[in-house]
Design a protein around this ligand. Structure first.
Ligand code: FE2
Length: 329
């Protein structure tokens, strides 16, 4: 595991800041984020600053894994986690520009590729033969918090190569991801939204997509500033966790797409989760929800985190079709 530094890293390479060139928001973000990651300094929207507690959680999960093996339920849990469902939803908006009526999004969240071998191929197979307008990715591409990213990037590249989309791929980072993923993800064709927005145009009609950093690790107010752009156009927010739901709704976001919770991953019969993994927005840990005029989707996650098991949930990817007008009775 990477040893945290005791002081901020030294000067960045000279070519990162050519003499006389203005420092871009991306460069400012990268320097700040890299410092936080190497300090192992978690900045949360709720709870201030503190070190990561992942190792403690991992010990608890490994104990749980051992217990499952003792009672003979581990393999069943792995089979549950490997089951990947494609869930289809039509989402209705009075304010959606008519030009985007019927627009399709493939939403993939929380694949944690290093936790479930073969998930990349299962995702591609699940949507084989279909073409979507846009693919959106809302974070947690790996399970580990530090270390090499090559295998995870390879899996992601297989998904990008195998999924057919007209307008491309957009992505945000989750709490398991680090800043070094941004460059390889953009090289493979995923436009990363680092507290940024992009606009898709059809004639005079605009569909705006906003992406933010995660609220659990390395949160900054730049995420909140990014959401403020929702006041300018019909907007979809890509956020790793549902926990920015209140800020997004206040800014006028129409649709909030997230994951993080895995719908609990391990649930009691009936779907009640043992752990919700959120500090706020506990009502929004799975499925289609509404808050203050905004609609939201919390995906159950394609993969599994910690230990590769699920009970009373399954992996899922979502096909979302935007519809202009009121929902049918
Ligand atoms: Fe996750």
């Amino acid at each position: 595991m990477m040893k945290p530094l005791r002081k901020p890293p030294g000067a960045l390479p000279r070519q990162a800041f050519p003499e006389g060139a203005p420092i871009s928001p991306r460069q400012m973000w990268a320097a700040n984020r890299f410092w936080m990651e190497t300090q192992n300094l978690v900045t949360k929207r709720y709870g201030g600053k503190r070190k990561q507690h992942w190792e403690v959680l991992l010990v608890m999960m490994k104990t749980f894994e051992l217990g499952l093996k003792v009672i003979g339920q581990y393999e069943r849990g792995v089979r549950n986690a490997e089951r990947l469902e494609v869930r289809e939803l039509d989402l209705y908006f009075d304010a959606l520009p008519a030009a985007f009526d019927g627009y399709t999004l493939l939403h993939i969240t929380d694949p944690h590729f290093d936790g479930l071998p073969g998930l990349d191929d299962r995702i591609v197979a699940a949507v084989s033969g279909r073409t979507f307008d846009l693919c959106v990715l809302t974070g947690d591409y790996r399970t580990e918090l530090h270390g090499p990213i090559a295998a995870t990037m390879d899996s992601l590249a297989r998904v990008v190569a195998g999924v057919q989309v007209r307008d491309g791929f957009l992505g945000t980072l989750g709490n398991h991801d680090d800043c070094h993923m941004v460059a390889p993800m953009e090289e493979m064709g995923i436009r990363m939204l680092i507290n940024e927005h992009v606009q898709l145009a059809r004639g005079d009609a605009i569909l705006q997509i906003i992406g933010t950093d995660d609220v659990h690790y390395y949160f900054t107010d730049q995420s909140l500033h990014a959401l403020e752009h929702a006041r300018n156009a019909f907007s979809i927010a890509l956020v790793h966790s549902p926990e920015l739901y209140d800020a997004a709704a206040a800014c006028g976001v129409a649709l909030y797409l997230c994951g993080h919770t895995h719908a609990g991953q391990v649930c009691l019969p009936g779907g009640r989760p043992l752990v919700r993994h959120v500090r706020t927005g506990g009502a929004f840990i799975r499925g289609h929800w509404r808050h203050d005029g905004m609609q939201g989707i919390t995906g159950m996650g394609a993969g599994a985190s910690g230990i590769p098991v699920r009970f009373n949930t399954s992996g899922e990817i979502l096909v979302l079709t935007l519809r202009a007008g009121p929902a049918p009775e």
